[in-house]
Design a protein around this ligand. Structure first.
Ligand code: PEP
Ligand code: MG
Length: 601
């Protein structure tokens, strides 16, 4: 047993904890996206030298892998086979011959050729029916990553036996995080709690801390780190007793998760009988079954743009249809809310292959000219700007609607006319499907996200036009308080408890109920236990969140009383400032929920 008081918990670095969990691991410093640069090479001697660089990098990679295998011979008995496989893959024709070939045929540098080879292999693997073999692409990527590091002269870490690597960079895109599976955690200089990068980290359960100024200069490759994704604390090369303390905290955290997991499958019902729906936010369709297992009574927000971000080129109708059909089937009989592409803003399609075609390339150009991407060609604006792509997505969704219970959600609606244009597009797509004799479910519901202040102001008008509202507090806060959600410099001003925010939620909820439609929330606030009493009291019917939060939120709901939280919301709505609201809410949390839940606002 550890004497907690005796341990100095002081830390070296402090940032914003955006994805909970404690990890202890070694630093891997990276510059995502910058390591692969294209260089054209004209003369044959130089091409031969590039090939030689590649061969030498493979040799060094092999040597290092063998060294790791020797070094950890006793402890890695189980993992030895993986290292052996990686060693074999190094010289497999797939990577080796292919890359050497591309250097010569395309007259390019080794890094770029390896990247091209990787893209080709990804496509080949994606086409394989067998899921196990498909997954082996991850090994190919890991092997290629090692060669990349050797080519760039960046030292790779010693192979961590248990994969505990904390990746550190100035910034990561949401897409980088999707590819970060297997990493223990990450740390960045920029970012905020509701940036999309942080959101993806929470969904994947990767502990993360963002907003540590100059972190890349403050840690070195291979440093041992303790990262606490709940508090934002980071300890660099900790003393043994601090390490021991955090190992203890790690165990406590895991135990707590196990304990709360028992709430996952219980009804989301207050102690006095008010039932609400708790659903999951997903970025990837494959996670639907896991979300349902975590207790989700549906997918409240499927961020469909991630499929787009992950693809090399525009996903076609068939790929979209297959994805949506599988998603609906996996979640059935629960409803699935697919949001149309919310692309743009901090989710732009960056083409790392240099091979994008058509409007992808066009959009990249347009986006790079935007001084203010959050206020630019994003979400529904982008879809209306690219009507053919929008129609394709809607068509794929409607075709898939026969395989489950579909709701379609439109992001960033800011005016009635915009909604009308969307409705016209939907009508045209339905008409076309009928003409083509393709069935779709006529009961599909259509809803709008309430995430722009103008939508709140005209909520009564919008409510008359749609089947449901979903309040996106991430953007609603960003746009109403004028705080860039991804900017760590103003992150402290990002205030979910601002009176303006609570009053807007209340107005949207009342407008929806007056029109007889459902209103839910899918912003990050929904997954924060401390805000649950307020949101429940404001009258929301459904709460959609990252799957790991579901048991925690259900536990809160079951310990709440509807009549009481409604009175609380009434009191908070009358407060003049966020400070006042915070104090009143803290007082309420302390009086109504067990102290051991550590609820702090
Ligand atoms: C939101 O804005 O609250 C939301 C859920 O959408 P996103 O985070 O994807 O912008
Ligand atoms: Mg949003």
């Amino acid at each position: 047993m550890i004497n907690r008081r005796a341990v100095d918990t002081g830390t070296d670095l402090a940032g914003i904890g955006v994805s909970p969990g404690i990890v202890i691991g070694r630093v891997l410093l990276v510059e995502p996206g910058l390591s692969v640069k294209k260089r054209r090479i004209a003369d044959d001697a130089a091409l031969a030298r590039e090939q030689e660089r590649f061969r030498a990098a493979v040799d060094r990679t092999e040597e290092k892998l063998r060294q790791v295998r020797r070094q950890f011979a006793e402890v890695i008995a189980d993992n030895a086979a993986i290292i052996d496989t990686h060693i074999l893959m190094l010289r497999d024709g797939m990577i080796y011959d292919r890359t050497l070939g591309i250097i010569v045929t395309e007259k390019i540098n080794a890094e770029w050729a390896l990247d091209q080879a990787l893209c080709q292999l990804e496509e080949l693997f994606a086409r394989v029916d067998d899921a196990y073999i498909r997954q082996r692409f991850l090994d190919v990527r890991q092997v290629a990553d090692r060669i990349f590091s050797e080519l760039s002269g960046q030292e790779t870490l010693p192979e961590e036996i248990d994969g505990k690597v904390i990746v550190v960079s100035r910034d990561f895109s949401p897409e980088d995080i999707l590819q970060m599976r297997g990493r223990a955690g990450f740390l960045t200089e920029v970012g905020g709690e509701t940036s999309h990068t942080s959101i993806v980290a929470r969904t994947l359960g990767i502990p993360a801390v963002v907003g540590i100024k100059d972190v890349t200069a403050q840690v070195s490759h291979g440093d041992l780190l303790i990262l606490d994704g709940s508090t934002g604390r980071v300890c660099v090369n900790p003393r043994p007793e601090l390490l021991e303390y955090y190992q203890y905290r790690q165990q406590q955290y895991q135990l707590q998760n196990l304990e709360v997991a028992q709430y996952a499958q219980l009804q989301a019902e207050t102690a006095d009988g008010l039932e609400v729906r708790v659903e999951a936010n997903l970025e990837m369709a494959e996670e639907a079954s896991q979300a349902i297992e975590s207790g989700a009574a549906g997918i409240g927000l499927f961020r469909s743009e991630y499929l787009y971000l992950a693809a090399r080129d525009n996903p076609d109708e068939e790929l979209l249809f297959e994805t949506y059909r599988n998603l609906l089937a996996m979640a059935a009989p629960f409803p699935v809310t697919i949001r149309t592409f919310d692309i743009g803003g901090d989710k732009q399609v960056i083409d790392r292959t240099g091979m994008a075609t058509g409007f992808r390339r066009k959009m990249e150009k347009q986006w790079s000219a935007e001084a203010n991407p959050a206020l630019g060609l994003r979400a529904i604006r982008y879809c209306l700007h690219e009507p053919a792509m929008f129609a394709t997505q809607l068509r794929a969704m409607l075709r898939a609607s026969c395989f489950g219970s579909l709701r379609v959600l439109f992001p960033m609606i800011s005016s009635f006319c915009e909604l009308k244009k969307v409705q016209d597009t939907v009508a045209a797509v339905k008409e076309r499907l009928r003409a083509d004799g393709i069935p779709y479910d006529d009961k599909v519901e259509f809803g709008v996200m309430i995430e722009v202040p103008s939508a709140v102001a005209i909520a009564d008008t919008l409510a008359g036009e749609v089947d449901f509202f979903s309040i996106g507090t991430n953007d609603l806060i960003q746009y109403s308080l004028a705080i860039d959600r991804g900017n760590e410099q103003v992150a402290h001003m990002y205030e979910p408890l601002h009176p303006a925010v609570l009053r807007m939620i209340k107005h949207a909820a009342d407008s929806a109920h007056r029109a007889g439609i459902e209103v839910g929330i899918c912003g990050e606030m929904a997954g924060e236990e401390r805000y649950l009493p307020v949101l429940l009291g404001l009258g929301l019917d459904s709460f959609s969140m990252h799957p790991l939060a579901i048991p925690y939120i259900k536990r809160m709901i079951r310990h709440s009383r509807a009549a009481s939280v409604q009175r609380l919301a009434g009191r908070l709505l009358a407060c003049a400032s966020a400070v006042e609201i915070r104090e009143a809410l803290q007082d309420y949390l302390t009086r109504h929920y067990p102290v051991s839940w550590s609820l702090h606002v």
